[in-house]
Design a protein around this ligand. Structure first.
Ligand code: MRU
Length: 344
C-alpha cells in the first residue's frame, strides 16, 4: 500500500486519519487540497509532509496553465508560502519548500521547461527521502543488539516518510538482519499515531510488538527489560535539543532514570542549524477538542478545557545519539552536527 502516489498530474495521499479501519486516498489536483491534508494530518510525519508540500508546489504551478508565465510564478510562490504555514514545527516542510523556491523564482521563460523543472525537483526530494530512510535504517541497525526490546513513540515509519521510515526503519533493518526484536509502541495520545499507524505497520511486517498506553512507558521500562528507546524528530536544534511528538520528552526522562539509551533517528534535513536550542523551536498547538476525544468519540465533559501541544522538546543531554543518513552523531552535538553538513 502506497502512502503517496503521483500519476497523470494527480497526487494521491493515503488518508491517515482513517487508518487502520479504512484505507482511503485523497485525490489532490490543486495545492489547497495538499495544504488541507497536511493541516488536518491526513498526511503527516515530518519527512512525508515535506515531500507532499513539494508536490503541492508542482500542482500549484499547473493550476493556471493559460496565464502568462509571470503570473504562474507569482501564484506558485504564494502557494509555497501557504503550504509553509500548514504546520510550524516539522522543519522538513520548510526545508523541502526552500529547495523548490529557487526554481519557482527562476528566470526560466519557457512554460514547459519551468513546469518540468519544478516536477523534477519535487520528485528528486521524494526519491532522496526513500534513500535517506534506508541509510538511517542501516546506520541505526548497528546499534541494536541481537536480542532487543525497543520502546518507541508516535509513528516514524512508511506513513511518516516516503520510504521505510526513520526510527521504524532502524527497527525494520535490525529485524531483517535476523535480530530477535520486540517493540513496545506507545499509543500516542491524542491522535493515536502509535496504535493506529505504528502497530499497523509493525503487524504488516510481522515484527513482534506490544501496544501500550503512553502512561505505561516508565513501568514497562522497569519491568520488561527494555534495551533502548528510539523515536523520530520534527526539528533538531544545533545543540541537539530535539522536538518530536508530545510525550517524547517524558519517555526520554524515564529512559534516563532507568539507564536505558535513548536515540533519535531523523534525516539530516531535520537538523535546523539556524536554531541554537530547543527553546527557539515553535511548538504547534492544536485544537483542545482532540484531547477531549479519543478515537473520535467525546470522552470529556462538554465544558472542559484542554491543552494540546502537539510536540515537546527533549533536551540534548537526554539523547544518547542522533541517527542520521550521515551516520550516528554523539554528544556534544553542536560542532558535530555542523560538521556533518559537509558529509556526503
Ligand atoms: O503530528 P505528526 O503525526 O505529524 O507527528 C509526527 C512525529 O512526531 C514523528 O515522530 C516525526 O515526524 C518523525 S517521523 C519520521
Amino acid at each position: 500500500m502506497k502512502q503517496i502516489e503521483w500519476s497523470n498530474g494527480e497526487l494521491s495521499l493515503l488518508d491517515q486519519r482513517k487508518l487502520p479501519l479504512s484505507v482511503e486516498y485523497l485525490k489532490c489536483v490543486n495545492f489547497m487540497q495538499v495544504y488541507d491534508a497536511i493541516k488536518t494530518l491526513a498526511v503527516r510525519g515530518a519527512p512525508l509532509i515535506g515531500v507532499a508540500a513539494a508536490m503541492g508546489v508542482v500542482l500549484a504551478s499547473k493550476e493556471s496553465a493559460f496565464e502568462p508565465l509571470s503570473k504562474i510564478k507569482t501564484y506558485t510562490a504564494e502557494a509555497a508560502l501557504k503550504l509553509r504555514s500548514a504546520r510550524p514545527t516539522a522543519v522538513n516542510l520548510m526545508w523541502a519548500l526552500d529547495r523548490m523556491l529557487p526554481l519557482i523564482n527562476s528566470d526560466e521563460d519557457d512554460l514547459t521547461s519551468y513546469l518540468k523543472a519544478l516536477e523534477r525537483e519535487a520528485l528528486a526530494i521524494w526519491a532522496e527521502d526513500i534513500d535517506l530512510c534506508d541509510k538511517i535504517g542501516a546506520f541505526g541497525a548497528e546499534l541494536i543488539p541481537r536480542d532487543a526490546s525497543i520502546i518507541t513513540h508516535c509513528n516514524t515509519g512508511s506513513l511518516a516518510t516516503a520510504g521505510s521510515g526513520t526510527a521504524l526503519s532502524v527497527i525494520r533493518h535490525a529485524f531483517r538482519q535476523g535480530k530477535n526484536i520486540h517493540v513496545y509502541a506507545d499509543e500516542t495520545r491524542p491522535l493515536l499515531q502509535g496504535s493506529r499507524l505504528t502497530v499497523w505497520e509493525l503487524c504488516e511486517d510481522r515484527i513482534p510488538c506490544t501496544l501500550i498506553c503512553d502512561n505505561m512507558a516508565a513501568h514497562v521500562m522497569k519491568t520488561k527489560n527494555i534495551t533502548l528507546a528510539i523515536t523520530g524528530a520534527d526539528r533538531i536544534a544545533s545543540n541537539g535539543d530535539s522536538a518530536n511528538k508530545i510525550g517524547t520528552y517524558g519517555l526520554a526522562i524515564a529512559a534516563a532514570y532507568h539507564g536505558i539509551p535513548f536515540y533519535i533517528a531523523a534525516p539530516y534535513s531535520t537538523v535546523d542549524l539556524a536554531v541554537s536550542s530547543g527553546k527557539d523551536i515553535v511548538i504547534e498547538e492544536r485544537q483542545p477538542d482532540e484531547v477531549c476525544r479519543c478515537g473520535g468519540v467525546r470522552v470529556a465533559p462538554e465544558i472542559c478545557r484542554a491543552f494540546n501541544p502537539a510536540f515537546d522538546v527533549t533536551p540534548a543531554e537526554l539523547i544518547t545519539g542522533i541517527i542520521t543518513d550521515k551516520g550516528v552523531i554523539y554528544p556534544p552535538y553542536d560542532e558535530k552536527l555542523r560538521k556533518a553538513a559537509l558529509r556526503k
